[in-house]
Design a binder for this molecule. Structure first.
Ligand SMILES: [Zn+2]
Length: 298
């Protein structure tokens, strides 16, 4: 089995034709490695922009690629995809988080009208694997590639980060350090089914309507962190910063709390996150956070 680690750079460009912004890909960088983590081949292609008329200054600063360079590029999206497809072959495709894959899918949709990546057979989100192996990262705080390299004491001194080829190579160095085939296998997904695309494009959202049948009211309670007694709800639920908030009081120790419940609809199902904070008496004292964060899946 071989693995291809792909990194893309893109530029946000406005399409008049489709009346929307598209993350137009302008660079592919990839490395191919074998099961012993030996480097077999590299891939690097610039793509001539056809939607964007300039490079967003932020992207230019980040990638140090100029529009003039790109205008001279030999490949357009179609020929780049063709070349990449033959480079990939039967390898497992890997990217750092699924945002590169989403950008690729969006470009594919824009240029070809297709809703799938025909060359894709197996996929692995390398970020998820590294997070799992290092025991870091969460849904709200994802592990960045340069942070991951830092955690593993991989030097990035001679690299141009945010350039596709170097980012792909750095991802490879990270993988190499913690590669274990049997563990990685569990992160490899079958990409030749509808389910894969459904999951990939699923947009998580917070439910802020208390009347929604997805909100299980029976889970919206709190126990006092001091004495473990079920708290009494003192106010109605209010929607605040995309979650529900209410005041609670412990009938035993009389402590007052702010209870916050967020209900998120994810691909995997509904996820409840509950937070209880001791009610702030002194308005300047914002650090009175005492307690429990719990996540529950019904
Ligand atoms: Zn109490």
């Amino acid at each position: 089995m071989t693995y291809v680690i792909l990194d893309l750079e893109w530029n946000s460009a406005y399409s008049k034709k489709q009346n929307r912004y598209i993350n137009e890909i302008f660079e592919f960088g990839a490395v191919k490695v074998d099961e012993r983590m030996q480097l077999l081949d590299t891939f690097s292609v610039y793509i001539r922009p056809t939607v964007g008329k300039q490079i967003n200054p932020f992207v230019k600063k980040l990638t140090s690629v100029s529009f003039e360079t790109l205008k001279e590029a030999e490949d357009d999206f179609f020929s780049a995809m063709k070349k990449f497809s033959s480079f990939l072959g039967d390898s497992v495709l890997m990217t750092w988080s699924n945002s590169d894959l989403l950008a690729l899918l969006d470009n594919q949709a824009y240029f070809t009208g297709g809703s799938h990546l025909p060359f894709l057979k197996k996929y692995c989100n390398l970020q998820s694997y590294c997070e799992h192996r290092l025991g870091v990262g969460s849904a709200s705080r994802q592990l960045g590639l340069s942070t991951c390299a830092e955690l593993m004491s991989i030097s990035v001194d001679n690299m141009e980060l945010h350039r596709a080829s170097d980012d792909a190579y750095l991802s490879y160095l990270c993988l190499k350090k913690i590669f274990k085939k049997s563990l990685l296998d569990e992160f490899i997904e079958d990409a030749e089914c509808e389910e894969f695309y459904h999951k990939l494009t699923f947009k998580s959202k917070n439910i802020t309507d208390l009347k929604s049948p997805l909100v299980d009211r029976s889970q919206m309670f709190f126990d006092c962190p001091e004495c473990g007694v079920r708290c009494i709800q003192k106010t109605k639920w209010n929607v605040k910063s995309r979650s529900f908030k209410a005041y609670f009081m412990c009938p035993e120790c009389k402590k007052e709390f702010t209870g916050q419940v967020s209900v998120k609809q994810k691909y995997e199902g509904i996820v409840f996150t509950k937070k209880l904070r001791e009610k702030v008496q002194n308005p300047e004292d914002n650090n009175a956070e005492v307690t429990s964060d719990t996540e529950a899946k019904p």
